[in-house]
Design a protein around this ligand. Structure first.
Ligand SMILES: [Zn+2]
Ligand SMILES: [Zn+2]
Length: 145
């Protein structure tokens, strides 16, 4: 079964190297390949890890090059998902799923702008915090169907 979010298109923008980092610069990376448009996730683990919700693009693991990663730490937020963060400044940076080892999801806010990306899908919209107003102009799924 192909899930809806697996059909989200890769960005059609020109191929260019994107760079990103955490707040303190202890983790710095480059993406030398195509990236996916941004998806928001409002599931409870993403809400707690980020303090709001996850807004992430993704890239092939092999296209992400680290210029610094000494403070990159991973936390097993769910039985199948790990979150990458900077252990010095606390920035949310990545998440990865055990069953999709070839992809790395990248917190969109860690990228240098302009990113050229758009938010195209909202996951776990039914779990969004009650203070948050979902954008009615963006396709929203309950769960991650
Ligand atoms: Zn940092
Ligand atoms: Zn989530």
């Amino acid at each position: 079964m192909v899930r809806v979010w697996q059909r989200v298109a890769m960005s059609e923008l020109e191929h260019r190297t994107r760079i990103g980092r955490c707040a303190c610069g202890g983790v710095r990376y480059r993406i030398d390949g195509p990236v996916r448009e941004v998806m928001d996730c409002h599931c409870e683990p993403c809400r707690r890890i980020t303090g709001h919700h996850m807004a992430a693009t993704s890239a092939a693991v092999g296209d992400v090059v680290f210029d610094a990663d000494a403070s990159l730490s991973w936390y097993a937020g769910t039985p199948t998902t790990e979150y990458g963060f900077c252990s010095t400044c606390g920035s949310t940076l990545f998440w990865r799923a055990g069953d999709k080892a070839d992809r790395l999801s990248i917190a969109a806010g860690s990228l240098d702008g302009p990113t050229g990306l758009s938010t195209v899908l909202i996951l776990f919209g039914d779990e969004a915090a009650d203070y948050h107003r979902l954008d009615p102009g963006i396709e929203t799924l309950p769960g991650d169907h």
